[in-house]
Design a protein. Structure first.
Length: 120
């Protein structure tokens, strides 16, 4: 199965060609192409984002529901269990020194990628 870059490359090139043709039409005084140009910009940006992160059409998407406890201080947290059921050693995921705290409505994407075991 080709990777996301292989699958998106041709389509991105076609969209970019169509975008250039639309820009040319706009410069020629045809204002009706503005909506098409903006739509192409959005489509190109979405595919580039998917390509960059290896997101494909068969990725499983989960939308986080509302929290069961409906108070302002109740939140989701992402934890690493360190292969242990002992919750006292679990650690919270931090990125750039900040805890990752997704909110209801956050999308979780499973693209089927696993970190290779390096034996460390």
């Amino acid at each position: 199965m080709p990777d996301a870059t292989d699958r998106f490359g041709l389509v991105l090139a076609l969209l970019q060609q169509q975008r250039q043709a639309t820009i040319h039409a706009l410069k020629s005084g045809n204002p009706s192409g503005l909506a098409a140009k903006l739509g192409l910009d959005d489509a190109i940006a979405c595919l580039q984002l998917c390509e960059q992160h290896g997101i494909h059409a068969k990725a499983r998407i989960t939308v986080l529901p509302e929290t069961r406890t409906r108070t302002p201080s109740s939140e989701y947290r992402i934890l690493e269990d360190h292969e242990s059921e002992d919750r006292s050693i679990w650690t919270e995921l931090e990125l750039s020194g900040e805890a990752v705290r997704p909110t209801p409505g956050t999308l979780l994407l499973d693209c089927g990628r696993w970190v290779e075991d390096t034996g460390q």
